[in-house]
Design a protein around this ligand. Structure first.
Ligand SMILES: [Zn+2]
Ligand SMILES: [Zn+2]
Length: 259
């Protein structure tokens, strides 16, 4: 096995992705309760005692809810940048150990090479990640209002891409959220719409991209069937015949993706 990626949960009620290489197992974000993440990890065939750390994208609660609980219970280092650490919601820290990374600087953790890159989102120093092991590369890019050139360039190197497809613009505009929240979600520091996600996927697609996982779908302003249909159409139009497309959801543990 090279790399295994499994989305344990994705959406505004909690996010968590499990990544395993030959030697290193980590979680990216811990947005559900500690008990629920443990339950889902067990269900997927994992064991929290075999984890070596938790990598954090940004401080919003749907990404950090049980960060401290899991870190303390399983003696896990939390890998985080300084501004995110300083902006955590109350009662998330302390951690058993903390490893501070710098946005834009690649670091090695076990046999994983992790590159955190800046994304535009309404948090202190939010990041996406490129995670490499040997010749395999995974991109994690959720919670962003728009794709910068830098982001497009990074994502062009991935074999697996977990990409936000947050909302259907019509459902958002006509939906129940207050106007201020609608404005925040659709802003350049909010979340990618389904259309934005298709456009970004078209920009970054290359023949070595094997899996595209659509993530962080809004339960109120989107539906997996809408995303599936849009990407099935994009896949056909762009002749992405070798690309497998999955849609991850809030309540169901995703399929393992093995590179
Ligand atoms: Zn989020
Ligand atoms: Zn967020």
């Amino acid at each position: 096995m090279g790399l295994k990626i499994q989305v344990l949960a994705s959406g505004s009620k909690g996010n968590c992705i499990w990544i395993c290489s030959e030697r290193t197992q980590i979680l990216i974000d811990a947005g559900l309760s500690g008990a629920e993440i443990t339950r889902r990890l067990n269900k997927a065939g994992g064991n929290p005692r075999k984890l070596e750390g938790i990598l954090v994208s940004h401080e919003h609660r749907d990404h950090v809810n049980s960060l401290g609980i899991l870190s303390r219970r399983y003696d896990l280092p939390v890998l985080i940048n300084q501004d995110t650490l300083s902006s955590l919601p109350p009662k998330i820290a302390p951690f058993s150990q903390t490893f501070i990374f710098k946005t834009g600087n690649t670091f090695k953790f076990g046999d994983l090479h992790i590159h955190p890159f800046s994304i535009p989102h309404d948090a202190s120093d939010p990041v996406g990640f490129i995670i490499k092991e040997n010749n395999n590369s995974v991109g994690i890019c959720t919670d962003l209002g728009m794709a910068t050139k830098l982001i497009v360039n990074y994502l062009k190197s991935c074999n697996v891409l977990v990409l936000e497809s947050n909302h259907d613009p019509d459902l958002l505009i006509n939906g129940p959220y207050p106007w201020e929240l609608k404005k925040r979600i659709s802003s350049k520091h909010g979340h990618l719409s389904n259309i934005d996600a298709v456009e970004l996927a078209e920009l970054v697609y290359h023949s070595d991209l094997k899996y595209l996982v659509l993530a962080h779908l809004s339960e109120t302003n989107n539906h997996p069937k809408i995303v599936e249909a849009l990407f099935a159409e994009a896949r056909q139009r762009n002749e992405w015949s070798n690309l497998k497309v999955e849609v991850s959801t809030q309540n169901i543990v995703g399929k393992p993706i093995i590179l």
